[in-house]
Design a protein. Sequence first.
Length: 103
Amino acid sequence: MITITPAAAKQISASATQGKMDGLSMRVAASRNPDGSVHYGMGFDDNQLEGDTHITSGGINVVISETSKRLLEGTTLDYVELEPGEFQFIFMNPNDANYTPLA
């Protein structure tokens, strides 16, 4: 379904601790934009909704809604340094029209 890299897992864990959200799952959501690209959202969540999929990846408990599941299939979530000192989560998703696999 979704793979969380060690770097992303470390940052998610640190964010949970900093925000006093330890023990909550990370909800990851996706929706299709009109141009075919995918819009992503993520945050800590303790809600249990009907149709949710629960997985563990990289030691992180992840919740994905039924509507996001198809769009996130095969996605990798990473945390990378884009420019010196500028870190960001990135979604590498083959279902996203803007995704270009690394050569």
